[in-house]
Ligand binder design. Structure first.
Ligand SMILES: C[S@@+](CC[C@H](N)C(=O)[O-])C[C@H]1O[C@@H](n2cnc3c(N)ncnc32)[C@H](O)[C@@H]1O
Length: 391
């Protein structure tokens, strides 16, 4: 017997999701596509966003469901297997063919004939371990936590998660450890995570591209410290800074947990970066620095824990000279980008943490004894730089 509910929804099931948007988006894609300069990051990403919106509007509910439930995870699995296979010999030809077919269907490689393929830019990039590590990190650690979100939320009766020691991460990864403790005791996953941190924002506008970097030079001599990068991971932000601002005066200090600093040293840390193991829940030992910098650090913690980090830093800051530069996503009140909302979900899963709006950043920093002098932002979806001083 026909399901009456299904019957009533038949026309919706086989129609585009947002039909009224389709003509306008087709027009937009066509007009942006005619003039786009593929080397211009803003133009290319405007076209990509329009194409993405068109796809969401044009696909039917069934197609959206298949993409989300079938394509996403199977593609992740095929890519990770493909990366591992590249290092193996003697793999079953039938198996390789199946994986390759799915990778082609998902646009990651190009089929040129039966069992003949050509690499795309994506496939070439995945041959580089630092990039490829994002896949096992996601598959073996992040996803367990992300997929545990629904059951966890039900268990805590749909309150906003706030306990990083009992959040989806512990449920999904069958551990009692905090996310960062888990990384400390799982060095392979920690390395994959560090490499993921080092590459995910490549090509995105960076704070140093839109902030008045030269204003930091004032009063900084060669022996003074220009930047302390707190929770700076393996030093990718400081390396980028030196590459882009080679004339900057002063020293650059990288701080993170001891095992992360060891990984940084093994990863050919440039000699102009001074590595230093430091736990930011203890007093900041480097005093009177021009800029204390934190990138994607405070979003890992709820407000009271951030207060602790900020309080341990404050005595090191020289009033009227030191700045606190916080490089974070400032989540828009409306039309938040999918990259930021995705990270927000990942933070919920891994650490019971969240991205913050400008209002929330003001509340957090002002209640911790700092004042925001300016929030520097480039385009929607890019990270912002929240410039602060002691209040
Ligand atoms: C989300 S990652 C951000 C890394 C880097 N700043 C970036 O944006 O790519 C957070 C960093 O905080 C570090 N971290 C966590 N707990 C820490 C602590 N107690 N003291 C110092 N660093 C810590 C982690 O090891 C990790 O490198």
């Amino acid at each position: 017997m026909a399901d009456p509910e299904l019957h009533n929804h038949q026309s919706i099931l086989i129609s585009p999701n947002i039909p009224e948007q389709v003509p306008g988006l087709v027009e937009k894609v066509s007009s942006l596509g005619k003039t786009v300069d593929l080397n211009n990051a803003k133009e290319r990403s405007a076209l990509l966003e329009a194409v993405r919106s068109l796809m969401y509007a044009l696909e039917t509910p069934r197609e959206a469901m298949s993409r989300q439930c079938w394509a996403t995870n199977t593609c992740l699995a095929a890519i990770e297997s493909g990366i591992e296979l590249a290092e193996e010999t003697g793999a079953d030809a039938l198996l390789v063919g199946r994986l390759m077919k799915h990778l082609c269907a998902m646009g990651t490689i190009i089929e040129t004939g039966p069992n003949e393929y050509r690499r795309t830019g994506f496939a070439q990039t995945m041959a580089i371990k630092r990039f490829a590590d994002s896949y096992p990190c996601t598959a073996n650690c992040f996803n367990q936590a992300i997929l545990a979100i629904p059951a966890y939320l039900k268990r805590i009766q749909y309150r906003n998660p706030s306990n990083p020691k009992d959040c989806p991460f512990q449920a999904g990864n069958r551990t009692y450890q905090l996310f960062f403790e888990y990384l400390s005791s799982n060095p392979d996953i920690a390395r994959q995570f560090n490499n993921h941190m080092g590459v995910y924002h490549q090509g995105r506008p960076s704070w140093m591209d839109f902030y008045d970097v030269r204003s930091l030079y004032t009063g900084v001599g060669p022996d003074d410290v220009l930047i302390v990068d707190m929770g700076g991971n393996i030093g990718h932000d400081l390396s980028e800074f030196k590459r882009k601002w080679s004339d900057a005066p002063g020293r650059l200090i990288l701080q993170d947990l001891p095992e992360v600093i060891e990984h940084a040293k093994e990863s050919n840390l440039p000699s102009y970066i001074e590595p230093m193991a430091h736990n930011f829940f203890t007093e900041q030992p480097v005093k009177g620095t021009r800029a204390y910098f934190m990138h994607s650090v405070l979003h890992d913690w709820r407000d009271d824990v951030c207060h602790d980090i900020l309080r341990k830093l404050a005595p090191a800051m020289k009033r009227g000279y030191s700045k606190l530069l916080i490089n974070e996503n400032v989540i828009s009140e409306t039309e938040a980008s999918w990259e930021i909302t995705s990270v927000d979900m990942i933070l919920m899963a891994l650490l019971a943490a969240q991205e913050r709006t400008a209002t929330q950043w003001h509340e957090l920093l002002e209640s911790a004894g700092y004042k925001i002098t300016k929030i520097w932002t480039d385009t929607k979806g890019a990270e912002s730089l929240i410039e602060c001083e002691l209040a």
